[in-house]
Design a protein around this ligand. Structure first.
Ligand code: HC1
Length: 589
């Protein structure tokens, strides 16, 4: 352990820790901007400077490791003045129209300026003409350079966490800016729309493209029947935007709020998550049969999940040779959209032309996915508008709904029942676990051999997880699977996906089934979830998802009565002609 003192208080921390981390242990807050727990240290904003005894210049606490006997002052006049000047300089070139900014009240620069009581401006305003240009061509993300403080958190996120590199530093000195290849729109470069840059940006320089006004207009239109679906991870994130602790489950209050907002049908993406398991599980078994029994060289293994649109865009850009490995299943969001304007419209006797299909997602890439040209199998645009968890919170606040006072209500039927297997889709490993709960039972007639249906090897925040499930004592029709050890891998975050794909490509690893989610922690850590985020918060959301699963009597997709009913009344069977038309797709480079 290393012993030092901060503001005269003795503290011991492990070797290798920084001054910032040591101060945190003493509950001393040091402001930061370029620092983020998820990212490598940059030390470029200098807001976290502190005084170190015996050292002339101020040091960046985020980038300075502790030393034995160090004496640190985090609150001297010199430190306070320096921080103040740094913030004043940033504000001098910053778009200060805070009340018009989406991040108003959630902006780290604004918070530090308020904490430091920066009430006058000593530096000249460097952007007097207020002519700001915003890149708003992407269906998911808007980039506004006038709000950028060049901390490069987005650049590090895109490179380190996502291995994408769609945004980078351009030019030098005063001209330095965060840009794209040839300054093209985010819509035209390799951006996967994941929105991790948004949740790591300290200001409003990167935000989601908002469709809140369009949704209000649809709700106000008496001709329209507005159907809303809510993704599994929204219910464990929304509370954070509305004053609850991370990890609070707000499912039934959320349903109640959606009704009060005026949605005509309040339904659940978990229903189509269950449907995905039926379709994708059957597809996996069909592929295994082709490979193991028929020895068909055309069968592509491992089969990869396709419900994360950021991952789909990544594989399209970076590993197009593996596109045949993607499951042909659409994501639950898109399956829902296709069914909302066919099966559901018929059931409630509404002209599908008058249905407006809205989805609430923890994900910004879902906005992109809904706008993909092929997503029109219902004969209409399957999903009209996608809002993030944050945008739903905006609507709840705009409507003056006191969320904590709401009654707890249930989703409407039909397409409103989801099993615990559907809910766990929101956590990394959840799709795999849900698929195994069903596929194992179909093949053996028995439940998966894991206590309480909890397949622990696929759970948790680790970047790459592996599981081997031995299949024994199978039912006669599945005899080709007898004794097979089903090899599975799960990754979250695209850098981890990159590592996995490279290992597969080199032939170092073989799997039958892989689950890849674009965002750290899976959808619960999506680019549309509340700020701030780090692994501690992701873990709390994850715990909430698994506790919701445990709280339900219905925990397997194939036992969902509404799933049984839709196959009986409409789809006939998994991979039927109708399923293929509405629920499956293909992707191209
Ligand atoms: Fe997800 Fe999915 S789990 S992709 O993470 O398969 O966004 O929550 O809705 O579609 O169900 C996201 C979450 C979500 C889909 C489902």
């Amino acid at each position: 352990m290393i012993n030092l003192s901060i503001n005269g208080i003795a503290v011991s921390v492990e070797e290798g820790k920084t001054i910032l981390e040591a101060a945190k242990k003493l509950h001393i807050h040091i402001p930061t901007l370029c620092y983020h727990k998820d990212l490598c240290v940059a030390g470029n904003c200098r807001v976290c400077v502190v005084e170190q005894a015996g050292v002339d210049r101020l040091v960046a606490s985020c980038a300075t490791p502790v030393n034995e006997g160090m004496e640190i002052n985090t609150n001297s006049l010199k430190v306070r003045n320096c921080r103040k000047h740094i913030i004043e300089l940033l504000l001098a070139e910053h778009n200060e129209e805070c009340t018009k900014c989406y991040r108003n009240g959630h902006c780290e620069l604004q918070t530090i300026a308020a904490d430091l009581q920066i009430t006058n401006q000593d530096f000249i305003d460097l952007v007097p003409d207020k002519q700001y240009s915003v890149d708003s061509y992407s269906p998911s993300i808007e980039k506004d350079d006038s709000k950028c403080i060049r901390c490069q958190r987005c650049v590090r996120t895109c490179a380190e966490i996502q291995s994408v590199g769609a945004i980078a530093v351009a030019h030098k000195g005063a001209d330095m800016k965060i840009s794209t290849f040839f300054n093209y729109s985010l819509n035209e470069v390799v951006c996967t729309n994941c929105g991790q840059c948004i949740v790591h940006c300290p200001t409003g320089a990167l935000v989601e493209k908002s469709y809140v006004e369009q949704v209000w207009d649809a709700i106000a239109d008496p001709e329209k029947h507005v159907v809303v679906q809510t993704a599994p991870a929204v219910r464990v994130g929304l509370g954070e935007e509305l004053g609850f602790e991370p990890g609070t489950r707000v499912t039934s209050r959320m349903v109640s709020a959606l009704r009060r907002l005026g949605f005509d049908s309040v339904l659940d993406t978990d229903f189509t998550a269950d449907l995905t398991i039926m379709e994708e599980g059957t597809e996996l078994l069909t592929r295994l049969k082709g490979a193991l029994l028929d020895d068909n060289p055309e069968v592509s293994l491992p089969m990869a999940t396709s419900c994360s649109p950021g991952w789909v865009k990544y594989i399209e850009h970076k590993y197009p040779q593996y596109l045949p490995n993607l499951s042909t299943c659409k994501s639950p969001q898109q399956m829902f959209g296709a069914l909302a304007k066919t099966y559901y419209a018929k059931n409630i006797d509404v002209d599908p032309a008058n249905i407006v299909s809205v989805s609430i997602m923890p994900c910004t890439a879902k906005k992109y996915e809904a706008n993909r040209p092929e997503m029109k199998d219902s004969g209409y645009k399957d999903v009209d508008f996608v809002l993030t968890t944050r945008e739903l919170a905006v609507m709840i606040k705009q409507a003056g709904i006191e969320f904590e006072q709401l009654n707890e209500e249930n989703f409407d039927s039909i397409m409103g029942i989801g099993s615990g297997a559907g809910i766990i889709f929101g956590a990394t490993g959840g799709v795999m676990e849900a698929a195994l709960r069903t596929a194992y039972e179909i093949v053996t007639g028995r439940e998966v051999p894991f206590e309480n249906l909890e397949i622990k090897p696929v759970r948790g925040l680790a970047g790459v997880k592996e599981a081997v499930v031995p299949i024994v004592d199978v039912l006669p029709e599945w005899s080709f699977l007898e004794g097979v050890e089903l090899k599975c891998a799960i990754t979250n975050g695209l850098e981890n996906a990159h590592q996995l794909m490279e290992a597969i490509d080199r032939g170092d690893r073989f799997y039958h089934f892989i689950e890849i989610m674009a965002c750290p922690g899976g959808c619960l850590g999506g680019g549309g979830q509340p700020f701030p985020v780090d692994d501690e918060i992701r873990q709390k959301r994850m715990d909430a998802i698994y506790s919701e699963d445990l709280s339900l009597a219905l925990r397997k997709s194939h036992e969902n009565p509404e799933i049984v009913q839709i196959y009986k009344d409409f789809l006939e069977k998994p991979l039927s002609h109708k399923s293929h038309k509405l629920l499956h797709t293909s992707y191209v480079k």
